[in-house]
Ligand binder design. Structure first.
Ligand SMILES: O=C(CO)COP(=O)(O)O
Length: 248
């Protein structure tokens, strides 16, 4: 059985003091369970998070695929590795929309992260326009196919996928659990076509988009939804605790 993996994505929020008290409160309250909890933090908070967190895994929200060089403002994989970063979120729709992330850069980042032993959390998801044109599955499967180009089956197992419909991010509109399940199931079928069923069956697929303490249980009860990537609701310790300790 796949383990549930619930990560908060703090986006461009938070500070050191707030993170330290958040971790103290949350780690005390997280019940021993089979849920893996994580937090994707801004670069400046990574080291604090990694040093202070005992249970929660820490992720970066972006990285550059190049080893080093003239990329002003960017951070390399080696830099993240030096501070012991275990996960990096790549291809988030906000990065695709505002910072020029493409399927090609997502693929390059995934390949280099896997080489470095860091788990990429590969984001995909459709706009409202694509959803309304009933092209969600084609779109998302296209993103996945390109993200996994030249990645071997054994390396594919070292990745996580986050399905985040763009129209559901920060809008309060969640995909219904059933709609999210259908897309996640289609992603898994696509992985089975790219690789095989055994590989597809082992890859964690998270859902993201307005996940909160009141809808988490229903989403997590779906067969093909293996966790969540949570923005807004991960910023408050009490909500994050409720998400991790969700009622099964
Ligand atoms: O983008 C998200 C997580 O990466 C989702 O954000 P919200 O949970 O705020 O909708």
């Amino acid at each position: 059985m796949r383990q549930k993996v619930i990560f908060g994505n703090w986006k461009m929020n938070g500070n050191k003091e707030g993170l330290i008290s958040f971790l103290k409160k949350v780690e005390k309250a997280i019940k021993k369970s089979d849920v893996k909890a994580g937090l994707a933090l801004p670069f400046t908070l990574l080291e604090t998070g990694i040093n202070k967190a005992k249970i929660i895994d820490i992720a970066a929200q972006n990285v550059h695929f190049a080893t080093n060089g003239a990329y002003t403002g960017e951070v390399s994989i080696a830099m993240l590795k030096e501070i012991n970063t275990k996960y990096v979120v790549i291809g988030h729709s906000e990065r695709r929309e505002m910072f020029g992330e493409t399927d090609d850069t997502v693929n390059k980042k995934a390949i280099e992260l896997i080489k470095a032993g860091i788990t990429p959390i590969i984001c995909c998801g459709e706009t409202l326009e694509i959803k309304e044109a009933k092209k969600t599955v084609t779109w998302v499967n296209g993103q996945i196919k390109k993200a996994y180009k030249n990645i071997s089956p054994s390396d594919a197992l070292k990745t996580i996928i986050a399905y985040e419909p763009i129209w559901a991010i920060g809008t309060g509109k969640t995909a219904t659990a059933n709609d999210a399940e259908i897309v996640c199931q289609k992603i898994r079928e696509n992985l089975a076509k790219i690789y095989d069923e055994k590989v597809a069956d082992q890859i964690t697929i998270q859902y993201g988009g307005s996940v909160n303490p009141s809808n988490i249980s229903e989403l997590m009860s779906q067969k093909n939804i293996d966790g969540a990537l949570v923005g807004g609701a991960s910023l408050k310790a009490d909500d994050f605790i409720a998400l991790i300790n969700y009622k099964k």
